[in-house]
Design a protein around this ligand. Structure first.
Ligand SMILES: [Zn+2]
Length: 115
């Protein structure tokens, strides 16, 4: 799958965020005034809509569209997390600290996750 996706060179991007926390803070700067007006429930519904659109993009087979929808999903997740006062990086890394939280292995061996 990696070979079919095209990545934009770094020099063409406006910012180069390597930390989830920096990305979430950037989303707060850009959108929090609007997110807080919209509220948790409507923002959650936007996230669900973007996840649905990601599903459509995957089925379309267009890697550019997939990439675009992945960006929307992470952006709306960051917006929602800002409203819920959840630090996405802290939450993700505390639950997934380099190993599977269910089997405890660095390389998951959970059988049920294949379903
Ligand atoms: Zn596991």
């Amino acid at each position: 799958m990696g070979e079919t996706l095209s990545y934009r060179p770094v020099e063409e991007t406006l910012v180069s965020c390597v930390e989830i926390r920096e990305f979430q803070e950037m989303m707060r700067r850009i959108y929090f005034h609007r997110d807080s007006r919209r509220g948790v429930e409507k923002t959650y519904r936007w996230l669900v809509e973007e996840v649905r659109e990601l599903g459509e993009a995957i089925r379309s087979g267009d890697p550019e569209q997939v990439r675009d929808e992945v960006a929307d999903v992470i952006a709306w997740l960051a917006s929602l997390a800002n409203l819920l006062d959840v630090d996405v990086e802290e939450a993700a890394l505390s639950k997934y600290p380099g190993r599977c939280p269910k089997c405890g292995m660095e390389r998951c061996v959970c059988e049920h996750e294949l379903l």
